[in-house]
Design a protein around this ligand. Structure first.
Ligand code: NAD
Ligand code: DAU
Length: 332
């Protein structure tokens, strides 16, 4: 395996993955395809421009995907519409990119006999009660709640069917909530950091009791690289770093790290159908492949992320007013 095609490589996790591979696995030749929707930007890859080939294009474009897959040994498939709130306003782009896009990739890897690693989310399992002693594992039944998570669940099921019916050489990973540099400011953590930097109060949906299982994006990407190289074909791996925190705790930690009063935030309208809790049991990944997270202290990873948004204001400022206006219009 030498030539790797990364879909969605100009978005948050895909950009970090491209940087991770060029730094830690320089033996690979990388091609990145991204349509550069509102969350993806070719400029994100500026510092590694001479080490990658960038193609601006859509994963639903059958001819383009066929051509790129034929030229590469493996595909790491990150491209997707990724934000739950957007999926509640307009599910169609989610059906297109997440379901039809994954179908297009699957048909190309089937035709050319190439390796695929499909990136998915823990949200396909639905949610847990706050006091549930169980966490999600590889055998948890699918039960997605939102248009976003149901399209991701659909894409996972397509991959599983293509493995079973056509012997496609694929693996799947389902990861919990990522944080780190290059995350779009519509998402919870960067929205609050950039709110504080803009003199706006952080916004907590509903009661803020909802729990997410936070993982630094570099820990996610190290696991993806490991699964790509050593994962058993046809298998699913759950990725999580034991990072459960409720949203209220996260907002208070951000405020504290940014030198503000921990009560200086406001409650806004809750998300319809808001999932209560996600929690990952990553025993399989740790015991079979030897993965361990490097960011074991959430506050340290968060400090690094806050610094990144402080020093890269030109990256997010042009979008801030429009993102906040959209949220304000829906009472959030
Ligand atoms: P993102 O929205 O920041 O990036 C997605 C990228 O995909 C963007 O650059 C976008 O332009 C591109 N894209 C979307 N539709 C496309 C299409 N039709 N053709 C080509 N490119 C297209 O999202 P992210 O947070 O980086 O998520 C990446 C992947 O990881 C997604 O599959 C998501 O479901 C999954 N995931 C995300 C998280 C998280 O916490 N962010 C956790 C688990 C899994
Ligand atoms: O679990 C993995 C998933 O994590 C990924 O599959 C998704 O792509 C990613 O967006 C993320 O989904 P969430 O819906 O959990 O993330 P989001 O950042 O939108 O919200 C995190 C929590 O914070 C959620 O409970 C809603 C809440 N929230 C969000 C925003 C934007 C707030 O309280 N205030 C906010 O302003």
């Amino acid at each position: 395996m030498k030539n790797i095609l990364i879909t969605g490589g100009a978005g948050f996790i895909g950009t970090n993955f491209a940087y991770y591979l060029t730094k830690n696995k320089p033996q690979y030749t990388l091609t990145i395809i991204d349509s550069c929707n509102y969350a993806g930007d070719e400029q994100n890859l500026e510092d590694i421009r001479d080490k990658i080939t960038f193609v601006k294009g859509d994963i639903t474009n059958k001819e383009l995907i066929n051509d790129l897959v034929a030229k590469n040994d493996a595909v790491v498939h990150f491209a997707a519409e990724s934000h739950n709130d957007n999926s509640l306003n307009d599910p169609w782009p989610f059906v297109q990119s997440n379901i039809l896009g994954t179908y297009t990739i699957l048909e190309a890897v089937r035709k050319h006999g190439k390796r695929l690693h499909h990136i998915s989310t823990d949200e396909v399992f639905g949610d847990l009660e706050l006091d549930d002693p169980e966490r999600f594992n590889e055998n948890t039944p699918y039960n997605p709640s939102s248009p976003y998570s149901s399209t991701k669940a659909s894409s996972d099921l397509l991959v599983r069917a293509w493995v079973r019916s056509f012997n496609v050489k694929a693996t799947i990973s389902n990861c919990s909530n990522n944080y780190g540099p290059y995350q779009h400011i519509e998402k919870f953590i960067p929205r609050q950091i950039t709110n504080i930097l803009s003199g706006i109060k952080p916004k907590l949906y509903g009661s803020g009791e909802q729990v997410r299982d936070w993982i630094h994006v570099d820990d996610h990407n190290a696991a993806v690289a490991l699964i790509l190289e050593k994962g058993k074909l046809g298998e699913t791996y759950l990725i999580g770093a034991d990072g459960e925190k409720n949203n209220k705790e996260v907002i208070e930690t951000i405020l504290r790290l940014m030198g503000k009063s921990t009560s200086d935030y406001e409650h806004v309208k809750d998300r319809p159908g808001h999932d209560m809790r996600y929690a990952i049991d990553s025993t399989k990944l740790r015991s079979e492949l030897g993965w361990q997270p490097q960011y074991t202290k959430f506050a340290d990873g968060l400090k690094q992320t806050i610094e990144w948004y402080k020093t890269n204001q030109a990256w997010w400022q042009p979008q801030k007013d429009a993102v906040e206006a959209k949220y304000q219009a829906q009472g959030q």
